[in-house]
Design a protein around this ligand. Structure first.
Ligand code: LLP
Length: 430
């Protein structure tokens, strides 16, 4: 295996940055999430410099759903990131760590009235609507609260992307956004409201996208649509929100694109129109989640048993689909390394599975690894995005802790849940 970006090898042992992985296991136990702070900084830095090379007013709003651990949010906030939030809970987190209201983008296909009230009261920088009814509701709430809303419209341009069908979002049979005709109607109506500042246009076509072409297509669609807004309504938008979706390399066969390539292909489509159909001081917003944190994280797990049934050799570990649901839900491949045998050749093929009472609880099938024994420590790679955020306590399993590594420093940023935590909200059982 070529060395993963967060790993180092010292004295024949595996390190995350400058911390020996086995030391983390000894100190914190397993399952354990580890996140590399320097990798997040590097990814943010690359995207920020690539984008600002093309347009100075770029705002990277980290998509909280990828991993809303507060220390990670704080790290990205410190780097200058804004927040892309899709619930009042994520908005709460952004406020908690001190993200300025105008650096928050609030999205969501089915926002409740109370979530809209929260977003409006906070005066988020951009509130993107996904239906005409939502627009009416926002107008009513904003009038009642006497607050001006920065409004955008998420448009569904029917752009296909090649990714898992559960995370493709930009086609007309998906629930997301407004179709072009309804979107036009929404802008016309919004312009009539005294409580609404019509500022934004938004697309998000899906997640884990591995080529720039769909982003180019979506951006061209945005520009054509904005041209129509300018020509017919004299509307010049100033918040151009390109969404997230930038893919990362999970398997060695995944060919990704660099942030440079993304910006080089996508930004000029927009920037060419700034000063004409878009406002001179326009801000280009990006909403990456996975790109920033995905390959910064690993999940460490201990082998409880090795057994064979028929032809299949099972490695049974102490992490399960409750810790990382991506393989079960999307058939996603996360590479696995045996930490204490990382330099041994792969001589066996195993299916690696967790303790959950479901046959979907399998991380990899027929996967080449060195001979595995009880007590070995496996690292499941690239779990920084949509790992802990989609985790659950299924089978009454406490969620795993998270440590953040920076150089030689280790910080526990989320403690292991206790059994009491699992039942914390239960009532009336005595
Ligand atoms: N913006 C919006 C409006 C979104 O819906 C999403 C993700 C993002 C930004 C960030 O997308 P990213 O840059 O992370 O691709 N659980 C799935 C991914 C679901 C993504 C949902 N929306 C997975 O584990 O692959």
């Amino acid at each position: 295996m070529s060395l993963h970006p967060i790993f180092n090898i010292k004295n024949g042992e595996l390190y995350v940055e400058n911390v020996r992985v086995m030391d983390l296991v000894e100190k914190y136990g397993t399952p354990l999430h580890v996140i590399s702070s320097n990798r997040i900084k590097q990814k943010y830095g690359e995207l920020y410099s690539a984008s600002t090379e093309y347009w100075k007013n770029t705002l990277i709003c980290y998509a909280y759903k990828a991993n809303p651990t507060l220390a990670i949010l704080k790290l990205l906030h410190g780097l200058g990131a804004g927040a892309e939030v899709v619930s009042a809970g994520e908005l709460y987190a952004a406020r908690l760590i001190g993200v300025k209201h105008d650096k928050i983008v609030f999205n969501g296909v089915s926002k409740s009235p109370s979530e809209l009230s929260d977003a409006i009261s906070v005066q988020v920088g951009l509130l993107n609507i996904e239906s005409l009814t939502e627009l009416k509701l926002i107008n009513d709430i904003a009038s009642k609260l006497n607050i001006q809303v920065n409004l955008g419209v998420r448009i569904n341009f029917d752009v296909p992307v090649r990714t898992h069908r559960y995370i493709s979002t930009g086609m007309k049979f998906h629930k997301f956004g407004l179709g072009v005709n309804e979107a036009f109607e929404a802008y016309k109506l919004a312009l009539k409201s005294k409580r609404i500042r019509v500022r934004g246009i938004h697309v998000h076509i899906g997640s884990q996208i591995l080529t720039v072409y769909p982003f180019v297509k979506a951006s061209n669609n945005m520009v054509s649509f904005a041209e129509k807004l300018y020509e017919t309504l004299k509307l010049r938008l100033d918040l151009i929100d390109l969404g997230g979706g930038l893919g990362i390399q999970y398997s060695l066969e995944d060919k990704t694109f660099s942030s440079q390539e993304y910006c080089k292909n996508v930004f000029p489509i927009i920037t060419e129109k700034i000063g004409t159909i878009f406002d001179d001081e326009s801000i280009i917003i990006l909403e990456p989640g996975r790109y920033l944190v995905g390959d910064a994280g690993i999940l460490l797990t201990r082998v409880n048993y090795v057994k064979q049934i028929g032809d299949i050799k099972w490695v049974l570990v102490d992490a399960g689909m409750n810790d990382l649901i991506r393989p079960a839900l999307y058939d996603a491949l996360h590479r696995i390394v045996v930490v204490n045998k990382f330099d041994l050749p792969s001589v066996e093929r195993y299916s690696v599975s967790g303790p959950i009472c479901e046959s979907a609880d399998v991380f990899v099938r027929d996967y080449p690894l060195p001979k595995v024994d009880i007590g070995d420590i496996l690292a499941i790679l690239d779990t920084g995005a949509y790992g802990i955020s989609m985790s659950s306590q299924y089978n009454c399993r406490p969620r795993a802790p998270i440590v953040m590594v920076e150089g030689e420093d280790v910080k526990l940023i989320r403690r292991r849940e206790t059994y009491a935590d699992i039942f914390m909200c239960d009532l009336n059982y005595r």
